[in-house]
Each structure stands twice: as structure tokens, then as C-alpha cells.
Write a protein that binds this ligand. Structure first.
Ligand code: BGC
Length: 732
């Protein structure tokens, strides 16, 4: 207190004739290093004030220290746009009229662009919206690895490969944070299913943890310099991840030297001692309604509120513990809301809509295109039947916390009508119920009549565009539950089957964030994977179907032919979804294409796969030398030529194979890629760097990364299933 009075006096220096210049306390002086300011602010705070920083004061905010002019911390979901304002004390929307946002494509689409520049423009734009809305923290991006197509939240993540997810997450974070908004990478870690997510205990090997599930988080911290991390709901090795000593203290803050804040997932804290000692900094969502249901504010009863203060006062938890948490939180506040130079941001601008559209167009994946049925040539078509609920359904609604109040959401039907006018006829074809959190409400419409009506319009059409897939309902692509079936829901398989019997020109457009079974795959000439594309969904899709944009997305995860082909589904139930207490990752490091390749299982569509309206030729590559040391980077050089008639983009991918190893190594692993845009006929020389360090495996005996000496094969490919050339290098 005394120190504080001295500072206040200094503010009002008594001058004699000269106007007094207020002297800033160190923590308010932005010319001083942040660490000095943190130390100074901390020295001015009471124990109670430090504890206050460590827990929520409302559904999406935590207190600052008003006495010192340190502001509250306001957070918002993430990751596909800035969520509408939520009520102070419950999950209800606050019904503001100025919080409509741009909905950006879901992160699966971003990953499918295979273009880190798209991540950068995404991060910049969504960061500007978060800044405009005065958020200190944007709760995203998500980088949980795609382990099974059944996971209801895969659409919020960046696919099955740690190298791709790492490359894509870094620019997103960097650009968000340039706005003075902290990104919050989530859900750390192993939240790979929604079933029993609050308590399921994940068991897996150190190798799988280090090689598959942690690298994208590590990249977010070490390269992205992310300012906050969200712990996940599940347990890992018996401890909840929001207060998990190994994950938070030892790995995140110890090994990776993370200097930001660990925030719980909402309701992810379960114990004061563990929360205090095992690396948590801010507790959110444990309980609300304290202000409406009880006289005592429930926020005071949080594990990191009064119970924490009691322990600190008793000395059973040392003060250094709260000092560390408060310092991290202050650091985040200085980096965000107390950075007077942060830009002002902007919301739902035409520029942001353009960004959303560009990413959407870059991420759509063409899976099949027999006899070049696509792009659709308007001059040869008189009647286009558009069928399917997803042609008109709002996909920004539902799905859980990533739900958005989009200022604009252009549906596929609207955009196709704008392009093809009255050549379009539409039938719903099938129907699901409205989105609802935690329960699936079936549609009241009659499925037989819907199907018959659709087949009828298909009969007389020149082409059918079927827009189906999953949606954001419970048990689809949605938080809080996993899918119940690998097949398409709501009778779509039967509907597609019946449509293709009356019309051979069927283009299936799948709107989903997950792979689905395709029992009709051989019966339709074209399939487009269209993700959840956000505000500009319809426009982006129509540009691709019409050929205005040449598709160039590549799958960020494999589509297995059947669920039992997938690693996580190749063992007993303990492997997925677990026995409600434990889940054991028996497929170990063989996740995604690592599994299919190593076990020689042919998938429906490979990781990294995607067609174009043009064709490409990749030349035989060469490396800059034959032998490398462990600290070096291999440079692989080759040319890519657009051999077709329209501009397009190809993504050459480099997969590495270790030919002889003392431990199991996957058949091949992605270690480099580049998206190359080429005009018709154009050739470019490309060099892709491959860091020898990235070829390491985690040695469980020494708990270290190891790179063996010897031969490594570099596979130059255009998907995990299409290796064009193989070359080898020696590591010495
Ligand atoms: C989700 C988080 C989200 C949080 C706040 C949780 O249920 O798992 O991803 O950020 O809610 O809405």
C-alpha cells in the first residue's frame, strides 16, 4: 500500500511555476521492457488481487485490478470467427445488435488449402474482428489431431498430420496477435473425441504423444509464440489436462518455455491443489449463475478463487505459485489490452468477406471428376437440379462453441441461382431437424415425399448438383458428441442411389468437416469436398463448380473406405471410444496415412489428394548434396509444369522414409510441401527445404529426439498415394 501512495504522489509532483509532469509508474510505462512492468505491477498488488486474476468473473471474462488501471480480460470463441456476445452469467446470447461477424471457413478447409499464406490472411482478418470487438483473447485455433472420422469436432481442427497442422497454425497465431489479441491454441491435449470428454483418461505411448499429438502445439508455442493455451477436458495418465503436471509444468512451461497463460476449457478445473500446482493460470466456466441463484457469487467459489486464497494464506501453497500465475496474466494483458499501440480492428468488412472467400476457394477439394463433367458449362445446360438440405442450410449455426452470428452467409443455392438463373430447380431431398446443443431433434418432414420429389426433378435435369454431407447438429459435426455412423445421415445414401438411377450426371458436393462412407462412389461422376465455408460458402462453391476458380485444395485427412480400416477402429472398444473411463491409443504413432500406408490398406481418398481442372507435371528432383549432418537442411529442387489449358495450383509434397531403423517407423511421413500457382503452360522451379531435425523420432529409452545415421528416402508426391519420384540421402 505504501508503495502505491508514493506512486500516486509522484503523479502529482508539486511544481513552482512549471506545470507538473506526472511520472508514470513503471508498469504503465510502455517504453520499459514488459518483464520490468510485470514485476512492478505484481509488487503493487495484494494477495487477493493476484488471486482475482486467476479465475472468471463472468462467463467469458476475468477481473483485472481496477485500482491500478489493469483491465478485465475478455475472451471469445473462436476459431472461425468472433462469436456473438454471451450473457454475463449463462450460455444464453446477449442479443446485441452490433456483434455480427464474418464467418471464415472452418479450420479443416484452411488446412486443405495447404497454403500457410492463407493462414496468415485468416489470422489477420479474424484478429482484426476480435480486436474491434475488444477481446483480449480469441479462443482458437484448434490443432487436435484427426484420429478418427467419428470425432464430432474434427471440423475445428487442422487434420491428421502434425507437420501440416504445425505449418498452418503458426501464421494464424502470428497474425491474430499482431492485433494485440492473444490467440489461445486449443485443446491441449489429446481431446480427440467428444464422448465422455470431461473425464475420459487417455493412455498412449510417449512416442505417439511426442510425434503425433504434441508437435502442432509445440509449433504454436515455439514458432507462433502464442500468448495463451487452453487445456482440454479429458484426462491424460490419470490427471485432468487443465491441471496436468507433465503436460503443463514439465512440457509446455518447462521444455517449451511457454511464457503465456494456461486457460481451462470451460469447466475443465476440478481441484484447487492440482489447479494451483500443476500449471493452470486462469479458471473459466466452472460454474455460473452465482449471481442469480445464490447470494454468494459462485465465481468466488472457483477452485482458483477463495479456496486458493485460503491455501495461500495458510501457507500450504507458497505465494510464488500465485506470483507466477499473476505474472503470466499481467504479461498477457500488457501484450493485449494494455498495448496502446495495438490497431483498432474492423468488423465484417467487405475485405474480410473477400478473405473468407479466397480461403474457401483455395480449400475446396475436387475428389472425382470423370469425363470432366466439371466445370459445368452453362451454355450446354438447360436444366440444373440442385438437391439437398445443405444447399440452403445455415452452417454457421450449431456445432457448439464455434457457432457464429454471421452478418452474411451465402447459401450454395443462392449463389448457384445467381450464376445459372432460372435453369435451377431445387428440392430439399432429405431433412434434418434444427441444431440444438446436446440433443438431436429429428425433422418432422416426411422423408419419403422429400426423396420422391427430388428424384422427380432429377429425372428431367441435364445435371444434378447434390449438396449434402453432415451438418452442425448433435451427433454430426458438433461439439459434445461424436458421430454415430460413418455413413451419411438422414437417408442421403439411399437418396443419392435413387438419383443416380434416373440421372447419370450427378455432382455430389459434401459439406462436412469429416470423412464419410461413400457406398455410391462408383456411381456418380463427380465429388467435391466443400467443408464448412462460412460467409461466402455459396459463392466459393459456385465459382469452383462453374470453373471461374480452379479447385486446388488437398485433403488434410484420409477418407477410409470403411471405418474399420482406420487405425483407431482396428482394435477393441478400449481403443475407441474407450470403456468410459479409459481410452488406449493402440494404433500408437500410426495415425491417418501413417496407418493406411504402413498396413497397406487402400483408402477411398488419400491424405494430400485433390484434383484440378488442369494437369501438372513434376520433374525428377535433385538434392543440393548427397550427405547431410543433423543440423542441416536438405534442399530438394524440381520443376512443376502446368500442362493443361487453365491456370491452377499443385501441391508437391515430400514424405520421408527411414529405410532401416531400430524402432518402428511409419512407411512415410510428410516433412515438406509447397503450394505452387501456375498459369496454363507455365513452369516453375521449386525448392522445398526439409530439416534433418524433422526426421527424428522420440526415443522412449532416453526421452530424447533421435536421428539415426544412414539412408533416408525422400518421396516427391502429389498425395500420400501418388509418389512421383524417390531419391535418397545419407545422414551422418
Ligand atoms: C469448448 C471450447 C470453448 C469453450 C468456451 C468449451 O465447451 O470446448 O472450445 O472455447 O467452451 O465456449
Amino acid at each position: 500500500m505504501r508503495k502505491f501512495i508514493v506512486y500516486m504522489l509522484l503523479f502529482f509532483v508539486v511544481g513552482t511555476g512549471i506545470k507538473a509532469q506526472p511520472l508514470k509508474p513503471i508498469y504503465l510505462d510502455e517504453t520499459r521492457p514488459i518483464e520490468e512492468r510485470v514485476k512492478n505491477a505484481l509488487s503493487l498488488m495484494t494477495l487477493e488481487e493476484k488471486v482475482t486474476l486467476c479465475h472468471a468473473q463472468s462467463k467469458f471474462s476475468s477481473k483485472g485490478v481496477a485500482r491500478l488501471g489493469i483491465p478485465e480480460v475478455w475472451m471469445s470463441d473462436g476459431p472461425h470467427g468472433v462469436r456473438a456476445e454471451i450473457l454475463w452469467d449463462s450460455w444464453g446470447y446477449a442479443q446485441w445488435t452490433n456483434d455480427s461477424c464474418t464467418a471464415f471457413p472452418a479450420l479443416t478447409c484452411l488446412a486443405a488449402t495447404w497454403n500457410p499464406e492463407m493462414s496468415a490472411i485468416y489470422g489477420k482478418a479474424v484478429g482484426e474482428e476480435a480486436r474491434y470487438r475488444n477481446k483480449a483473447v480469441l479462443l482458437g485455433p484448434g490443432v487436435n489431431i484427426y484420429r478418427t472420422p467419428m470425432n464430432g469436432r474434427n471440423f475445428e481442427y487442422m487434420g491428421e498430420d502434425p507437420y501440416l497442422a504445425s505449418a498452418m497454425v503458426v501464421p494464424y497465431i502470428q497474425e491474430v496477435q499482431k492485433n494485440g489479441v492473444a490467440a489461445c491454441v486449443k485443446h491441449y491435449a489429446l481431446n480427440n473425441q467428444e464422448n465422455w470428454r470431461g473425464h475420459i483418461n487417455v493412455e498412449l505411448s510417449d512416442r505417439a504423444l511426442r510425434e503425433i499429438y504434441l508437435p502442432a502445439f509445440k509449433a504454436a508455442v515455439s514458432e507462433g509464440k502464442v500468448w495463451s493455451v487452453m487445456g482440454s477436458y479429458n484426462k491424460f495418465r490419470g490427471e485432468h489436462c487443465c491441471h496436468n503436471d507433465l503436460l503443463l509444468n514439465q512440457i509446455l512451461k518447462g521444455e517449451w518455455k511457454f511464457d503465456g497463460t494456461v486457460i481451462t476449457d470451460w469447466g475443465g478445473a476440478h481441484d484447487t491443489k492440482q489447479a494451483a500446482m500443476n500449471g493452470l493460470d486462469i479458471e473459466m466456466g466452472t460454474g455460473t449463475d452465482g449471481m442469480t441463484r445464490s447470494l454468494k457469487n459462485a465465481y468466488d467459489n472457483y477452485y482458483l478463487a477463495l479456496p486458493f486464497l485460503d491455501e495461500l494464506k495458510k501457507g500450504t501453497i507458497p505465494e510464488s505459485v500465485v506470483n507466477d500465475k499473476a505474472s503470466r496474466i499481467l504479461r498477457m494483458i500488457f501484450r493485449t489490452t494494455m498495448n496502446s499501440k495495438r490497431p483498432y480492428g474492423s468488423l465484417a468488412t467487405p475485405e474480410h468477406a473477400q478473405v473468407a472467400r479466397k480461403i474457401a476457394e483455395d480449400g475446396i477439394v475436387l475428389l472425382k471428376n470423370e469425363s470432366s463433367i466439371l466445370p459445368l458449362d452453362a451454355s450446354k445446360l438447360n436444366k440444373i437440379a440442385v438437391i439437398g438440405e445443405n444447399a440452403t442450410r445455415k452452417m454457421t449455426e450449431g456445432g457448439g462453441s464455434s457457432e457464429l452470428k454471421a452478418k452474411v452467409e451465402v447459401s450454395p443455392l443462392k449463389a448457384l441461382q445467381a450464376k445459372y438463373g432460372d435453369k435451377i430447380t431445387y428440392a430439399l431431398g432429405y431433412a434434418s431437424g434444427p441444431p440444438a446443443y446436446g440433443r438431436a431433434i429429428p425433422s418432422k418432414l416426411n422423408a419419403d415425399s422429400l426423396r420422391k420429389e427430388a428424384v422427380k426433378i432429377a429425372e428431367t435435369a441435364d445435371v444434378v448438383i447434390f449438396v449434402g454431407g453432415l451438418n452442425k447438429n448433435h451427433f454430426q459435426d458438433c461439439e459434445g458428441g461424436d458421430r454415430l455412423s460413418y455413413n451419411l445421415p438422414f437417408g442421403q445414401d439411399r437418396l443419392i442411389n435413387e438419383i443416380q438411377k434416373v440421372n447419370k450426371n450427378v455432382v455430389v458436393v459434401l459439406v462436412s468437416g469429416n470423412a464419410v462412407a461413400m457406398p455410391w462412389v462408383d456411381k456418380v461422376p463427380a465429388i467435391v469436398q466443400a467443408w464448412y465455408l462460412g460467409s461466402e460458402a455459396g459463392n466459393a462453391l459456385a465459382s469452383v463448380l462453374s470453373g471461374e476458380v480452379n479447385p486446388s485444395g488437398k485433403l488434410p485427412f484420409t477418407f477410409p473406405k470403411q471405418l474399420t480400416d482406420c487405425g483407431a477402429h482396428s482394435f477393441d472398444k478400449l481403443c475407441f471410444p474407450g470403456d468410459s473411463i479409459n481410452v488406449v491409443y493402440k494404433e500408437d504413432i500410426l495415425v491417418g496415412y501413417r496407418w493406411y500406408d504402413t498396413k497397406s490398406i487402400m483408402p477411398q481418398f488419400h491424405f494430400g489428394y485433390g484434383l484440378s481442372y488442369t494437369t501438372f507435371e513434376v520433374s525428377k528432383p535433385s538434392t543440393d548434396k548427397p550427405v547431410y549432418s543433423r543440423a542441416e537442411t536438405i534442399k530438394m529442387t524440381f520443376t512443376v509444369k502446368n500442362t493443361g489449358k487453365v491456370a491452377g495450383a499443385e501441391v508437391p509434397q515430400i514424405y520421408v522414409t527411414q529405410t532401416k531403423a531400430p524402432v518402428l517407423r511409419p512407411a512415410k511421413e510428410l516433412k515438406g510441401f509447397k503450394k505452387v500457382y501456375l498459369k496454363a503452360g507455365e513452369t516453375k522451379t521449386i525448392t522445398i527445404p526439409v530439416k534433418v531435425q524433422d526426421m527424428a523420432y522420440w526415443d522412449e529409452k532416453t526421452n530424447k529426439w533421435v536421428i539415426d545415421s544412414g539412408e533416408f528416402i525422400l518421396n516427391l508426391a502429389t498425395s500420400a498415394g501418388d509418389v512421383k519420384y524417390m531419391g535418397s540421402v545419407q545422414i551422418k
